[in-house]
Design a protein around this ligand. Structure first.
Ligand code: ADP
Length: 189
C-alpha cells in the first residue's frame, strides 16, 4: 500500500509517471486535471464552472477541487492507497488535505517532487499539443506554478516526508527511481 502526493510543474512528467506507477502498484491514479478535463468534455456542472479557468491557465477555485478530492478519496478503491497527481496545487489545498487525511486516518507516505528546469518545461509543453497548451496559456500556467504551487515544496519539506527526483533524465530512469521508492513505502508501512 502506498499513498503518494506528486508535485511538479506542468510538463514535469508527473502525469505520465503517476499513471505508470499507479498501475504498477495496483492503486488508483487520481489526477485532478484528468477529472476536470472529463467534466469539461461532458459539460457537467463542475465542468461548466471549471472550463474558463482551465482555458486561461489559472487554477480552478479551491472549493470545487476540494469537494472533488473529498469525494474521490472516500470511494472504496482509494482505501488501500493512491497517487495524487495535480492536487494539492496551493497552500489552502495542502492544509485541507492534511486535515482530511487526519480525519480519515490515511497518512501519506511521501510527497514527491519531479524537478525539471523551466526552459525544458516550455519545450515539452509546446511539443505536447493539448488544447490548453498554447504558448500564452503555458506561460500563465508556469507563472501560477511558481507563485502558488512551488511553495508547497517548503510545506512538505517541513513535514519530513518530502523527496525530490530529477525529472530531466529519461522517463524510464525516473520510473525506476519511483518504483524503488514505492517498494520502500510498502516495506515501511
Ligand atoms: P498540467 O499538465 O499543467 O500539470 P493538469 O492536467 O494537472 O495540468 O491540470 C490542468 C488544469 O486543471 C490546470 O491548469 C488547472 O486549471 C486545473 N487544475 C488541475 N488541478 C487543479 C487543482 N488542484 N486546483 C485548481 N485547479 C486545478
Amino acid at each position: 500500500m502506498a499513498r503518494l502526493i506528486f508535485l511538479g510543474a506542468p510538463g514535469a512528467g508527473k502525469g505520465t509517471q503517476a499513471k505508470a506507477l499507479a498501475a504498477f502498484s495496483h492503486i488508483p491514479h487520481i489526477s485532478t486535471g484528468d477529472i476536470l478535463r472529463t467534466a469539461v468534455a461532458s459539460q457537467t456542472p463542475l465542468g461548466l464552472k471549471a472550463q474558463s479557468y482551465m482555458d486561461q491557465g489559472n487554477l480552478v477555485p479551491d472549493p470545487l477541487v476540494i469537494d472533488l478530492i473529498r469525494d474521490r478519496l472516500s470511494q472504496s478503491d482509494a482505501h488501500n492507497g493512491w497517487i495524487l497527481d495535480g492536487f494539492p496545487r496551493n497552500v489552502v489545498q495542502a492544509v485541507f488535505l492534511d486535515e482530511l487525511l487526519v480525519d480519515i486516518s490515511h497518512a501519506y507516505d511521501y510527497a514527491i517532487n519531479l524537478d525539471v528546469p523551466d526552459d525544458v518545461l516550455v519545450q515539452r509543453l509546446l511539443g505536447r499539443g493539448r488544447q490548453d497548451d498554447t504558448e500564452e496559456v503555458i506561460r500563465r500556467r508556469l507563472q501560477v506554478y511558481h507563485d502558488q504551487t512551488a511553495p508547497l515544496i517548503n510545506f512538505y519539506q517541513s513535514q519530513d516526508k518530502f523527496l525530490s527526483i530529477n525529472g530531466n533524465i529519461p522517463p524510464e530512469a525516473v520510473t525506476e527511481e519511483l518504483r524503488g521508492l514505492v517498494q520502500k513505502a510498502v516495506v515501511d508501512s
